[in-house]
Design a protein around this ligand. Structure first.
Ligand SMILES: Nc1ncnc2c1ncn2[C@@H]1O[C@H](COP(=O)(O)OP(=O)(O)OP(=O)(O)O)[C@@H](O)[C@H]1O
Ligand SMILES: [Mg+2]
Length: 647
């Protein structure tokens, strides 16, 4: 256990030293490396010194002015250097912190190789960590400790003064007291074997992701399949939610849930995000399902969206397609553009033709059983000459019901020859003629075609009651601090991708617009799984996903992306990713990709060897080095209790 006197010490530097965790003496050091003389006895007393564990080296006895931070990088062979040998012999003879009556031989001395990570010191009463050593000349003979518990927490959760100031400023802006909160996501773990350093009596150190590192930043989650990527995402979502609730800080979170594992209770994991935060989660699907909102749009109002949905569905359905259906698939419902028209008159004429086309399309949808939105009428203008010929008692400009619209086009078709003669054929566009064929189930030769019937199977994709664009609705939920889950496990893949992009683009544009207007957009975190599909190596950086990954920070959008392969991600995005969480990877190519970043190369062997689920190596923006962490298991039962107000 830590010495209580030290825990209470007002000196944050002194608090790092836990005398009972003494493991040896520093034999030698330079800017990069350190040699530690240790013994089996001391190591056992400190519950082991695993590979990659942190060590602290400080002057023995007095209150330290600086403390070196080291990481165990391996063992070292006895040196042939006579001077060093003599120094080591002297250290062996030095009275060890404890060891009872053992003789020097019984200590079983050995040497450890360490990597120098930095120097802790005090400035203005606050702990600072420099990422190097200024002077190693006095280092030999320093006492070495393996920090655990509170001291280890201070190390792995260290926040530089600059980042702390940023956290305080952001907190002030958000009306919070003190600093931005931190999110506890796991505990420090050095090795696959947990018998000693995390075993009985060991004080675990909780690792936090600082909100100031996480919000408006990029976080990558890498690892082979079943090594805990999705669990990490779930843990993040829930801890961000709990913490933001505690701090009354709104953080909207949206999950692109490709496998439906966040939205639905999954047998294996018993519980999902949606179950843990029922009142705070809004689930969307592309198919009507109880408990889910429709990602879909209102086909009568979002014409282009609806048409492209139908196109995707018809193309995927592999039904036989007549010429009329082919023509329907390639239609474009964009309204006429004034600049493209030679005169105002021409623009008006084009607009009227466009309206007629929309009218025919809507009449066809209605005929196929697509429910008209409440109070919606099919409305278009036709000139009085045509109107009087078709049906003088009905003016489509006043709005038609579905039946009236069908009848109007039916009558118009009956006198089509007359209309063509009187207008020189200019009364409708070719597209409108095709739509009328589909509506009336007759092709240009008068033969029967299934027409609108082909659309009948897809009417569930239309959301008649939706008044607002689904994207606006989602954005409002996010601004309100809700968790939005887009369950993309069902529905047509093409449509799914298009919708996903459209929502992402809308979030980005809305937040950028707020930013450009000089105000602060809401904090939003976007989680994407299978990220190689969206921000892959060959993706154009101008596409929406790479754009968000690159420029989301300004718009206060954080992106968390998960994928199995480091190498599959666009290098430019990877290089700008502030936080990286990696569990087991099984090949050297992936490791060498990762080893380009920070000190991940120190962990190369352990990442390949240890396959433990949730055992991650984490580099955050604030920490100048990688920290090995066991990510907490997302435990729905515990989370539910906490969400309900318990701890
Ligand atoms: N930190 C953890 N502690 C304990 N169990 C975990 C942890 N992380 C994940 N698991 C369990 O391991 C299994 C696989 O985890 P998860 O689904 O998160 O892996 P994944 O990397 O997302 O896999 P995939 O690539 O297949 O999506 C799950 O049953 C999960 O509950
Ligand atoms: Mg997964």
């Amino acid at each position: 256990m830590s010495n209580p006197a030290q825990i209470l010490s007002p000196d944050p530097l002194a608090r790092l030293i836990q005398k009972n965790q003494f493991i040896g003496w520093l034999g030698a050091a330079d800017f990069e490396r350190a040699l530690v003389l240790t013994s089996d006895v001391w190591k056992a007393q400190a519950r082991g010194v695993p590979h990659n564990c942190f060590l602290l080296a400080a002057a023995d006895g007095t209150a330290p002015e600086e403390i070196f931070l080291l990481r165990v990088s391996g063992s070292a062979a006895p040196s042939a250097d006579a001077e060093l040998q003599a120094r080591l012999e002297k250290l062996k003879a030095r009275a060890p912190a404890s060891g009872g009556e053992l003789t020097v031989e019984e200590f079983q001395f050995g040497l450890l190789q360490g990597r120098v990570l930095g120097t802790f010191y005090l400035q203005d009463g606050r702990l600072r960590l420099g990422s190097d050593v200024e002077n190693y000349a006095q280092a030999a003979g320093l006492a070495v400790y393996r920090p655990e518990g509170a001291a280890l927490e201070a190390i792995v959760n260290y926040l530089s003064p600059a980042r702390r100031a940023a956290a305080e400023e952001e907190a002030r802006r958000l009306g919070l007291q003190g600093e931005l909160p931190r999110f506890a996501i796991g505990t420090v773990r050095y090795a696959s074997t947990e018998r000693r350093h995390r075993g009985e009596g060991a004080e675990r150190a909780v690792f936090h992701l600082n909100a100031v590192d996480f919000l408006a930043r990029r976080t990558a989650v890498f690892g082979m399949t079943r090594t805990g990527k999705s669990n990490t995402v779930k843990k993040l979502v829930s801890v961000v939610k709990h913490t933001s609730d505690d701090f009354k800080l709104k953080i909207g979170q949206i999950i692109y849930d490709l496998n439906g594992e966040y939205a639905n209770a999954n047998q294996q994991d018993k519980g999902s995000i949606a179950e843990v935060f029922p009142g705070e989660t809004v689930r969307y699907r592309m198919m009507p399902t109880p408990g889910f909102e429709l990602i879909l749009n209102n086909f009568f109002q979002q014409i282009a969206e609806g048409h492209s949905t139908l196109r995707g569905l018809l193309e995927a359905s592999k039904l036989a397609r007549s010429a009329d259906v082919e023509a329907f698939l390639s239609m474009d419902f964009a309204p006429p553009n004034k600049e493209d028209c030679s005169s105002d008159y021409e623009f008006q004429r084009q607009t009227a033709l466009h309206q007629l086309k929309l009218g025919a399309y809507q009449a066809m949808l209605a005929r196929a059983g697509y429910e008209l939105p409440p109070d919606f009428k099919i409305t278009f203008e036709v000139n009085p000459g045509i109107r009087n010929k078709v049906n003088p008692s009905v003016n489509p400009a006043d709005g038609l019901t579905a039946t009236q619209a069908y009848e109007w086009f039916h009558l118009a078709r009956q006198i089509q020859d007359e209309l063509i003669t009187s207008t020189g054929g200019s009364w409708i566009e070719p597209d409108t003629n095709v739509l009328m064929n589909l509506l009336l189930q007759k092709n240009d030769q008068g033969g029967y075609i299934p027409g609108f019937r082909l659309l009948q199977p897809f009417k569930d994709y239309h959301a008649p009651n939706r008044r607002t664009d689904v994207c606006d609705e989602i954005y409002n939920h996010l601004a309100d601090g809700k968790i939005v889950i887009l369950d993309l496990s069902v529905g047509d893949p093409v449509q799914r991708e298009r919708l996903s992009k459209r929502i992402a683009r809308h979030i980005f544009r809305s937040s950028m617009a707020t930013f450009n207007a000089g105000t602060h957009p809401p904090h939003i975190v976007i989680y994407v799984e299978e990220a190689h599909n969206l921000i892959g190596r060959y993706e154009a950086l101008t596409e929406i996903w790479p754009t968000i990954a690159k420029e989301g920070a300004k718009a206060r959008i954080a992106v968390v992306y998960a994928t199995q392969e480091v190498s599959s991600i666009h290098p430019n995005i990877l290089a700008n990713t502030e936080n990286i969480i990696v569990s087991h990877l099984n090949n050297h190519n992936e490791i060498s990709e990762l080893a380009k970043y920070y000190d991940f190369s120190d962990f190369a062997d352990s990442i390949i060897r240890a396959q433990d689920v949730g055992f991650a190596r984490v580099k955050t923006l604030s920490n100048p080095f990688v920290i090995p962490v066991q990510i907490d298991k997302f435990d729905p039962e515990k989370e539910k209790t906490r969400a309900a107000g318990g701890k």
